[in-house]
Write a protein that binds this ligand. Sequence first.
Ligand SMILES: [Zn+2]
Length: 188
Amino acid sequence: MLVRLDDHASGARVATDLVNTAPEVMVSTGDLIADPDALARFLAAHDLAPPTPPTDRDVTAVQALRTVLRSLVDDPATVADGANELVARCGTGPALVRHDGRWQWSARSRPGAGIADELALLTGTGMLGVLRTLGPDRFRRCAAPTCAGAFVDTSRAGRRRYCEPDVCGNRVNVANHRARRRAGGDAV
Ligand SMILES: [Zn+2]
């Protein structure tokens, strides 16, 4: 896998989505990467083509990576060391590669890298790019009181509050709306 070092958003998005597949976050559905088929679906959803179909070992390794990524998001002071370690373990480079008509700094996964290694390189470089470009306050927990999710905010304004804005943000809006209606009803 070739990872462009100036594209931190792609790796950050995969890191966020991976963290939020954990059973602690997906309380109602359970682990979203529980078996090789589920891992294959996760990869396909992110346009990542594994060199070989995922195995149980890949699942275990990706779950372990997910735990590491979650600990980094939860403690942004550890992102530099933690993500540097992931990249050093799984990647080689930098390499200057011609892409879309211009030269771009890139990193490659090591020969024979497994799926978890490729994901580690992608998410590690993404998180380092966010830390460097946007700063440590872009690593956050979901603001929905009933959600244990977390995310890396790569939005321009940097005001993202929810791991899944469409889900957690809506849920909070609905709850607030009901609370206001209740408060309004009490007042009458
Ligand atoms: Zn959430």
